[in-house]
Ligand binder design. Structure first.
Ligand SMILES: Nc1ncnc2c1ncn2[C@@H]1O[C@H](COP(=O)(O)OP(=O)(O)OP(=O)(O)O)[C@@H](O)[C@H]1O
Length: 609
């Protein structure tokens, strides 16, 4: 006991005038500050919450009395000055501290997994799949099915989104491509819906038919241990509509594009109720909300129609790898108690893909660059993106005659053809698949090694999704993006995405001026490009002949010099010296095809037709 303490005890209950109090207060302040610091240090040292209350008590008990608190003091034998009861207050402090520490621990866990969650009372992220059973009573059989699918631990988006959905929280989740968003919403649905009752009680909307089928397959896989029925809306021929209606009613989960669903709902002979719908999932939400105004977005009207038909208790969850202002605005307005979940940086490309930009000069240069990539050795499967159906067809014609195992998918192909192509690509019968933006989103082809953006993507968002077809579920991939002078408008935004995901890009690209009007125009209308065709314009040809172009190897140059290179055509379509492969089987087929086409065109229409 020092002089100060003796003095304090002796003067207990007496009041002093300012000068003495001032000294005392200063001393108390410094003591309190030291104590606070001590508590903070101890808190940081704590790793186990259980001990917190105990240590907090110890610290508080060792705390010297402050001016406002009375201390038990024996003045004369048996005469005691009372002490304030602090038990209740202490308990409150301990509870508060416990909560704070739990929250801190939760935040630390989220940070470790790159999860950001914004909203009120956010459910803690799952530590592993067994948390599903412990915290939410999810049947062990369902958890076992998840692990049997090869999912040993939840991905970051699954950790947070599953917990939110299982606590009936509406969410907007934005997580990198290939990070398991599909399972993130399917597993909670399977648990929430419980037993088979029909309905439907959950609707999943997505932008393309291909994606709907893929989600359907994943839902089937994950629901193997349940009695729930899952269906995908397909084939809406008049004759089949009644049949579809029946299947629809018997299903617990229905997957569809908004177009198909609204078409079915609006059929006169169909009477479908969405009253029982509990969950409405919108996958690739930003794609569906594309268009800056309500008039531009058909989807918003379709969504309103669907939402009006659903019961008042329906909940909404939106998922995508990219997040745009229209989605943010809409969700803020319509989703009560919303939790915004973001994994990593918003609108960032997956870090699993090694990205590269390749300047090709012009359209001919692109074809040369493509062939060079082939010569260097492509590791299939390879996905090639072009900007339109016409260009997809043109590139296909070029590559098929190069003997590449290639096919093409675009909106002009029949459903059967599209299904067939997707199946063949999945099983490895096709090595190179040319596609329009149709396959740019959501499609999960396991193990795509290389994505080639033959035509520059119309926006950074499109770029993120396209290259995200590679580097999925933890596997690494590569993306090569061709560009010409015509693509400079969007070059900076794409270079920035690359830089953000850790790729090297030339500094000048990040400093390029951006013309927002031009960029908006490009979003609405793709730039005009020359036809994809093996036309060697003079400067390129000269370079090739001189072997100056770094994109061309010596073999090519040799062939060009000897006039033996494949298929050179002039702009007017006549063949150049040495370009014909009259002996080749493929060339014969081509001639035959042309001949047949001519015959068809010159045939007189039948009378009466
Ligand atoms: N927990 C997990 N562990 C391992 N693999 C997983 C896990 N969850 C999902 N996957 C696999 O990851 C791949 C990508 O999943 P998914 O298609 O759901 O990604 P996504 O996030 O929806 O991608 P995109 O944004 O491109 O649509 C799938 O092949 C899926 O089987």
């Amino acid at each position: 006991m020092d002089a100060y303490d003796i003095f304090k005890k002796l003067t207990k209950g007496l009041s002093f005038k300012k000068p003495v109090l001032g000294v005392k207060n200063n001393q108390q302040k410094t003591k309190q500050e030291t104590l606070k610091q001590e508590i903070e240090i101890k808190k940081e040292e704590l790793s186990d919450f259980e001990d917190v209350a105990e240590i907090e008590n110890d610290l508080e008990n060792s705390q010297p009395s402050s001016g406002s608190e009375e201390e038990e003091l024996e003045l004369v034998d048996g005469v005691k000055v009372g002490k304030k009861k602090r038990g209740k207050k202490k308990k409150e402090i301990t509870e508060d501290l416990k909560k704070k520490l739990l929250q801190e621990e939760e935040n630390r866990f989220r940070n470790e997994h790159g999860i950001k969650a914004v909203g009120r009372h956010i459910p803690p992220a799952l530590k592993d799949f067994s948390d599903l059973t412990v915290r939410y009573n999810v049947p062990q059989a369902l958890v076992d099915t998840v692990t049997q699918c090869g999912y040993s631990e939840p991905t970051p988006v699954q950790r947070q989104a599953m917990a939110c959905m299982l606590e009936d929280r509406q969410i907007v989740a934005c997580a990198p491509t290939g990070s398991g968003k599909t399972a993130a919403f399917i597993v909670p649905l399977l648990h929430t819906l419980g037993t088979h009752q029909g309905g439907p009680r959950a609707l999943i909307l997505c932008p393309t038919r291909e994606l709907a089928h893929q989600i359907y397959r994943e839902a089937l896989r994950l629901s193997a241990s349940t009695q729930l029925r899952v269906t995908v809306v397909k084939n809406l021929k008049e004759s089949k509509v009644k049949e579809r209606e029946a299947t629809f009613r018997k299903s617990d989960i229905v997957i569809s594009t908004p177009n198909r669903l609204c078409y079915l709902l609006n059929q006169d002979q169909v009477n479908i109720s969405l009253e029982k719908v509990r969950w409405l999932i919108i996958d690739e939400a930003d794609k569906l909300f594309e268009g800056s105004s309500e008039q531009e977005s058909d989807f918003r009207q379709q969504l309103e129609q669907i939402m009006c038909r659903c019961g008042p208790k329906r909940l909404i969850a939106m998922f995508s790898a990219t997040h745009t202002p229209p989605v943010a605005r809409w969700s803020r307005r319509h989703l009560r108690g919303l939790v915004n979940v973001t994994v990593g940086h918003r609108n960032a490309a997956t870090s699993l893909v090694e990205q590269q930009l390749l300047y090709c000069g012009n359209e001919d240069g692109k074809l040369v660059a493509f062939r060079q990539l082939v010569q260097q050795g492509l590791k299939p499967p390879v996905l090639v993106f072009v900007q339109s159906k016409d260009r997809a067809k043109q590139l296909f014609k070029e590559l098929i005659y190069d003997g590449i195992n290639v096919d093409v998918i675009h909106a002009d192909r029949t459903q059967a053809q599209r299904d067939n192509v997707v199946r063949s690509f999945r099983v490895g019968r096709i090595w190179v698949l040319i596609s329009t933006e149709l396959m740019g989103r959501g499609i999960d082809f396991r193990g795509v090694n290389l994505v080639i953006n033959y035509d520059f993507p119309p926006s950074a968002i499109s770029y993120v999704h396209r290259i995200g077809r590679a580097g999925r579920a933890g596997h690494r991939g590569r993306a090569v993006t061709f560009f010409t002078q015509d693509d400079v408008v969007n070059l900076r935004s794409i270079a920035s995405v690359m830089k953000q995901s850790g790729c090297e890009v030339p500094e000048y690209m990040l400093r390029l001026k951006q013309d927002s009007n031009k960029r908006k125009r490009l979003l609405k209308k793709a730039p005009h490009r020359d036809k994809i065709s093996t036309i060697l314009e003079k400067p390129v040809k000269r370079k090739l002949e001189e072997g100056k172009d770094s994109n061309v190897n010596s073999k090519d140059t040799e062939k060009i010099k000897n006039g033996k290179h494949k298929k050179q055509r002039k702009i007017d379509g006549t063949k150049e010296n040495g370009a014909r492969r009259s002996t080749s089987e493929k060339e014969n087929k081509r001639k035959k095809f042309k001949k047949n086409k001519k015959i068809k065109l010159t045939k007189k229409p039948k009378s009466g037709s």
